[in-house]
Each structure stands twice: as structure tokens, then as C-alpha cells.
Design a protein around this ligand. Sequence first.
Ligand code: G3P
Ligand code: MG
Length: 233
Amino acid sequence: MKIFAHRGASGEAPENTLAAFRLALDQGCEAIELDLQRWHDDILVLHDRWLHHSTSGQGLLENQSSDALAQVDAGDGQPIPRLWEVLELCAGRCQLNLELKAHDLLPVLLPLLDRAVTELGWQPEDLLISSFHHRQLAAFQAMKPDWPIGLLISHIPLELAPMLGPLKVFSLHLDCAFVDRALVEEAQRLGLKVYSYTADEPEDLHRLALLGVDGIFTNYPARSREWLLSHIT
Ligand code: G3P
Ligand code: MG
């Protein structure tokens, strides 16, 4: 089962910071999930567009000056990282799942991804782009048809195939509170990988393993991997 360090090893280091990504790498993680927000002509790694959710800052990210942003503490003195810094840190070391948290990321993200390929040696198959914003994923796929996309949902749709529409979807990312066998089987029958978020507790890890999901997002990647290795054959 693939284990994604959710916002990095965010149970043990401040979420979505280089410290959390370094810790995930040190723990031997094969994949890291991170959240993307747009800030002018750059992309930053942050879950929420309101700073107070996870940092010492206040107000909307888009309203911050670069001086104000430089003062923001995302935890343990860590700054809010730029996506490019994470791409540099992780190149050749793990896969990344970039979750698009804003509606207007593509004009900035697409050139950045091109640079990641040419300058850092990233392969598209190691950069899974996901979002709850399926229309943005469709626009992304229209421009980058060979890149994998992951459809995030927090609900259980009446039928899966109509929701996918014309998209060529690599993976379905499901809320672990709702995921059930019927949906896992339906998705896998359609050729999709099934990844479920966010599982930290043994009961959830156990249930997801029994359901046969292909991967999980966890805030404690080392501990969750250890638990799965020792309890699931
Ligand atoms: O990408 C999986 C998961 O991160 C989606 O929800 O709110 O934790 O970004 P959230
Ligand atoms: Mg996320």
C-alpha cells in the first residue's frame, strides 16, 4: 500500500513546511502530499488561504506583502515554503501529490511544472496533481494530457462513471470516513487507484487495508507504515 505523508510528516512537524517534508524524507517516505495556494506570480505551500489557520499570520494570503510573508511563522520558526523549494528538496527522492487548493493556479503552475521537468529532472508520473476542483483538473488535463490527475471527493457519488465524465483519471482520493467496499471496487473496476485520507489511527488503517485501497494519506507516515507492516499480512 502506498503511503503519502499528508502535508509532510505533519503529525510530528509543522504541516506543509520544509521541516515536515524533510522529516518525511528522513523516514523513507515514497510519497508526500502538499497543498498549493497562489500568491501573485508564485505558488506557496499552504492549506488554507487564510493565514491564521496554520501560521502566525493574519488575513488572506493574497493580500500579504512579501515583507509581511517573510515574518510569518508556519510553526517552529518555519516559513511558508514556495512550491519550487519543495520540488528542489524532493527531486529524485520521492513522489509528490500536489493538491490544488485554489481556483486560479494553472497559469503559474504550468510553467513551474515545465521547469521542474527540465531543470530538476522530475517525471510527470512522479507528480500527481489532485483537487476537489474537478473543472480545474479538466483544464489541466487539456493542457497536460500525459500527466496523472487525482480526483478528490469528500462525498459518495450516486454513480462514479458519470462523475468522471471525459476525464482520464489516474486516482480517486476518498474521505476515509465514507469510503466503503462498493466504491473501492467500482473505482478499481474502472481502472483507478484508490487513495484515502486521512488515516492515522489503527482502526482506520485496519479498515482501509481490509477494503483494499491502494494507498493512504497519513500525518504519521513512519508510525502508520510500521503499524501496517506489523498488523497486515
Ligand atoms: O489530499 C488529501 C487531503 O489532503 C484532502 O483534504 O483538507 O487535508 O487538504 P485536506
Ligand atoms: Mg491536502
